[in-house]
Ligand binder design. Structure first.
Ligand code: PBG
Length: 313
């Protein structure tokens, strides 16, 4: 009876699985701060995707570790049509045409300082950055990406990317905008995974991302961002992090008439595992409860590092 009247469930169709990629054919490196999560080289990535598809997980999002010699202040590698992400998209699309590939649009894997934007006079320059993001979006769309996820939080980038996609013959590519992305402490393990937190290398570099990521104290602002993103042409909207921002997921869900996505981020993953490790809770229950709560709050789709484990049980 309890099952009959259960209101929310987790389906394999609700998940997008994040994957870290590395430019080294056989790489399979565990990320220290994220036990059980690896960086995959080309060959290993193909095996991993085979496993995911066998479990029914059809959608992935790619995050590249960029070799440090390819990083610079202008992030020029971000729009190189032959960069690791673009090469990987082409290889995956060829081998697994049914796979849905999402990519990240932000400059942090490609800037030497790790900020998501271009710095001019000690500040993240919004409009300069948007120009580069458009080039990056086009390179990924041309490589075959299905969903572009601008995670940079610059103003006006959804409109600019949409316009560029239309102009260059990619009207079908979906934009999943990171609508409410908070300046959270929960991204620490991710920045470790991408080696993308070199702020402080010099005093002219802002020490945090607070000039573009949202204030953790705000919720009305999330609704304003929602309105703007929908107006600018987003196909789906995202709230990130998820677990400490369930109120935001609910408020956005109540107003949005497009799919609402939530990202259970690296810090949430590692925090849950650390608690399990310390014997404070049971692994399976903790994973399930954390994800079901996000669903109950109103997320239609969830990005989670637990997706593979959840459907392997
Ligand atoms: C890049 C980006 C970040 C995450 C996803 N895309 C890091 C950041 O904004 O610093 C974090 C994801 C996670 O922590 O799992 N802009």
């Amino acid at each position: 009876m309890r099952d009959l009247v259960q209101e929310n469930n987790l389906s394999v169709n609700d998940f997008i699985y994040p994957l870290f990629i590395k430019d080294e054919q056989n790489a399979f490196e565990e990320i220290q701060s994220m036990p059980g999560i690896h960086r995959f080289g080309g060959e290993r990535l193909l095996y991993e995707i085979e496993e995911l598809l066998a479990l029914g997980i059809k959608s992935v999002v790619l995050f590249p570790l960029t070799n440090s010699e390819l990083k610079n202040s202008q992030a020029i590698e971000s729009y190189n049509a032959n960069n690791l992400t673009c090469r990987t998209i082409r290889a995956l699309k060829k081998r697994f045409p049914e796979l849905v590939i999402m990519t990240d649009i932000a400059l942090d894997p490609y800037t030497d300082h790790g900020h998501d934007g271009i710095i001019v006079d000690g500040k993240i320059a919004n409009d300069e950055t948007v120009k580069v993001l458009c080039k990056m979006a086009l390179a990924q769309a041309e490589a075959g990406a299905d969903i572009l996820g601008p995670s940079d939080m610059m103003d006006g980038r959804v409109h600019a990317i949409r316009k560029a996609l239309e102009a260059e013959g990619h009207p079908d590519v979906c934009i999943l905008s990171y609508t409410a992305k908070y300046a959270s402490c929960l991204y620490g393990p991710f920045r470790d995974a991408l080696q993308s937190a070199n702020y402080g290398i010099d005093e002219s570099i802002p020490r945090d991302k607070k000039t573009y990521q949202m204030n953790i104290a705000n919720s009305v602002e999330a609704l304003r961002e929602l309105e703007l993103d929908v107006e600018e042409g987003a196909d789906m909207v995202m709230i990130k992090p998820a677990g400490w921002y369930l109120d935001i997921i609910r408020q956005v869900k109540d107003r949005a008439n497009i799919p609402v996505v939530a990202y259970q981020v690296s810090g949430e993953y590692s925090m849950i595992l650390a608690s399990v490790q310390a014997g404070l809770m049971k692994r399976e229950q903790a994973i399930y409860e954390s994800l079901l709560s996000i669903k109950r709050a109103g997320a239609d789709l969830i990005l989670s590092y637990f997706a593979k484990e959840l459907f392997s049980l």
